[in-house]
Design a protein around this ligand. Structure first.
Ligand SMILES: Nc1ncnc2c1ncn2[C@@H]1O[C@H](COP(=O)(O)OP(=O)(O)OP(=O)(O)O)[C@@H](O)[C@H]1O
Ligand SMILES: [Mg+2]
Length: 487
């Protein structure tokens, strides 16, 4: 569409610019000429600079036959009427006022364009923030539980592309379930936010591929459309490390207080216990074994001996603070410990198997203490196993993180989650004659050596206690392979 403009003012200049720079979808307008009596009018100058036809007399337009539209921009009705009279029938004309109307409309859409541009920028900012800056997992969910968006951190964890997540149910992609989360341990935060129109915070416990617990802190924030909640933003964070640290600190605190207490009390109790024991035995010397008092004194001595065992354990427990560390072969310590416990195992018709990893570098440990820790674990395993059962000790070295791992596995009675939560507590026992200090002591010893102890167990199937030690820096030369097998 060829356009001629009458009036070369500011508006004419803007019109030339817009038509030049804008991509039109349906028509392809172009200005082919500008008329103005003032040759210095801005539109006139721009037209000349752009090589367009310029004239001081708009009547020149009527001599041309390539014009489709004449736009009158002077605002002078006489000129417009003159144009209407002189133009060919197939040439259209627009008066200044009509042109202004479209002008205003175009300004409105310009503003809209700016708003759209700003919106695009905000979106870009949101994407950068959510995907690159926020390290938490972010999920935008609609009220029908379908994923609207997910950030890169979460998608990476789930191993999904964005298009594989969007449109699917949140519980499907995050929990591999066919219905929303529910129950006291696993409340659905989205459900709470949709019903209460408020943010909600909860913790979910999951298991990783090795069966270890992972704790997630999940928060949902409602998305409002007027007064209706149309969905929620869900932000979740792996708080496993924090929880484990907290648990370890609580355990340390418990152990420390029991240690302090026992150090003070154990000594005081030991002496009167010895007196009770010797007195009971002295009285027994004057009696015959079939005397009923002799029998009752047996109970006194048995129970006193039991108390002595507790006191000895308490003293061991209190003494754990000063390990004398030396370089030791972990395989050799395990082998010796098995020798020490083999009799008890055989007594219950149990086999102790050993699987030694080769090339484990020496570890800097107090041999006596570590042996004590292993003995506690093996004795527990013996006590948990049924006659004819099996106990195995396995050593492993991972050069990547320079850690030595020792696993004590039994196929005994196993433990429930509730029991596992308590086993490292001092005095927790389910045994008639147990002190409940074995694992507390073991835990303390391992911690003292900068290691960690972990447990996995299934009721009626068995338990595995895993101990990990760091290998001392610089000790990366391999130790000799094990010298014996205890199958
Ligand atoms: N291998 C295991 N299988 C099943 N339960 C176990 C095992 N090891 C420990 N437990 C549980 O943990 C509890 C605490 O163990 P811990 O060694 O601290 O004390 P104890 O064995 O009861 O007493 P003590 O060690 O003085 O004989 C046990 O009573 C038992 O319930
Ligand atoms: Mg024990």
């Amino acid at each position: 569409m060829n356009i001629a403009v009458v009036g070369g003012g500011v508006r004419c200049r803007e019109l030339i610019k817009i038509i030049k720079n804008h991509t039109f979808r349906e028509i392809s307008p172009q200005i082919i000429g500008v008329a103005d009596i003032n040759e210095n009018a801005p539109g006139f100058i721009l037209a000349r600079e752009n090589g367009l036809f310029v004239t001081r007399d708009y009547n020149d337009f009527f001599n041309r036959n390539d014009i489709d539209l004449i736009i009158e921009l002077t605002g002078n009705m006489k000129i417009y009427n003159d144009i209407l009279k002189k133009k060919e029938r197939n040439v259209r004309a627009i008066a200044s006022k009509t042109a202004r109307l479209f002008w205003e409309i175009s300004r409105i859409s310009d503003k809209q364009k700016q708003t759209t541009e700003r919106l695009q920028e905000t979106k870009k900012l949101y994407k950068t923030a959510v995907n690159e800056l926020i390290q938490e997992d972010v999920l935008v969910i609609s009220s029908d539980y379908r994923v609207v968006d997910a950030n890169d951190t979460l998608l990476k964890k789930l191993g999904l592309r964005r298009d594989e997540a969007i449109g699917h149910f949140c519980y499907e992609i995050t929990h591999h379930k066919d219905r929303p989360c529910s129950g006291e341990d696993h409340p659905c935060p989205l459900f709470q936010t949709l019903s209460n129109k408020e943010s909600f915070q909860t913790t979910h416990t999951h298991l990783d591929k090795n069966g270890n617990k992972i704790y997630y802190s999940i928060s949902t924030y409602p998305i409002f459309d007027n007064d209706t909640v149309t969905g929620a933003i869900e932000i979740s964070r792996d708080i496993t490390k924090d929880i484990n640290l907290q648990k370890a600190m609580m355990q340390q605190e418990k152990l420390a207080s029991v240690g302090r207490l026992s150090a003070g009390v154990a000594h005081e109790i030991n002496n009167p216990l010895t007196t009770i024991l010797t007195t009971a035995m002295l009285i027994q010397e004057d009696l015959t074994p079939d005397d009923p008092i002799y029998q009752e004194l047996n109970t006194v001595t048995d129970e006193t001996l039991r108390c002595r065992k507790i006191v000895t354990s308490l003293l061991n427990f209190a003494r754990q603070s000063n390990p004398t560390k030396k370089e030791n072969s972990i395989n050799a310590i395990v082998a010796e410990t098995i020798l020490l416990t083999q009799k008890q195992a055989a007594f219950k018709d149990l086999v102790i198997e050993a699987h030694y990893a080769e090339g484990i570098p020496p570890v800097n440990v107090d041999k006596g203490q570590i042996q004590q820790a292993f003995i506690n674990l093996i004795i527990n395993a013996i006590e948990a196993a049924e006659p004819g059962g099996k106990i195995s000790l396995t050593t492993h070295f991972s050069p990547l993180n320079c850690m030595v791992e020792i696993m004590v596995t039994d196929n005994g009675k196993g433990m429930t989650e509730e029991i596992i939560d308590k086993i490292f507590d001092p005095f927790f026992t389910d045994k008639k004659s147990g002190t409940g200090l074995g694992l507390a002591i073991t835990h303390g010893i391992i911690e003292q050596h900068g290691g960690a102890i972990d447990v996995k167990s299934t009721p009626h199937e068995g338990s595995t206690f895993i101990i990990r030690f760091p290998v001392t820096k610089g000790d990366t030369h391999a130790a000799e392979p094990p010298h014996s097998d205890h199958r």
